[in-house]
Design a binder for this molecule. Structure first.
Ligand code: FES
Length: 84
């Protein structure tokens, strides 16, 4: 299933990018890595180890700890980033 990923910047109050993710369940990729791969700036200083807590999206989710293949089973997933 292809899922639409909406990147929304809370500081700018606008949609920054719309991406499409194909769930393959074969290759694990974190939301943090996915965002960085698509040019979205996300703060991080522990490189995804879950320690720095800088990669927060949607108020309280650590993007480095979210597997893209396990996103909620909806057609769209909105990612809100406070400082963008
Ligand atoms: S990158 Fe450090 S907690 Fe997510």
């Amino acid at each position: 299933m292809t899922k639409k990923i909406i990147i929304f910047g809370l500081a700018s109050n606008k949609i920054l990018k719309e991406l499409y993710f194909e769930n393959t369940n074969t290759v694990a990729i974190s939301l943090l890595d996915y965002l960085l791969k698509h040019g979205i700036t996300v703060a991080s200083s522990c490189k995804g180890e879950g320690k720095c807590k800088k990669c927060v999206v949607n108020s309280n989710l650590l993007s480095c700890q979210i597997d893209m293949n396990n996103l909620p089973k909806k057609e769209e997933f909105k990612v809100e980033i406070a400082y963008l």
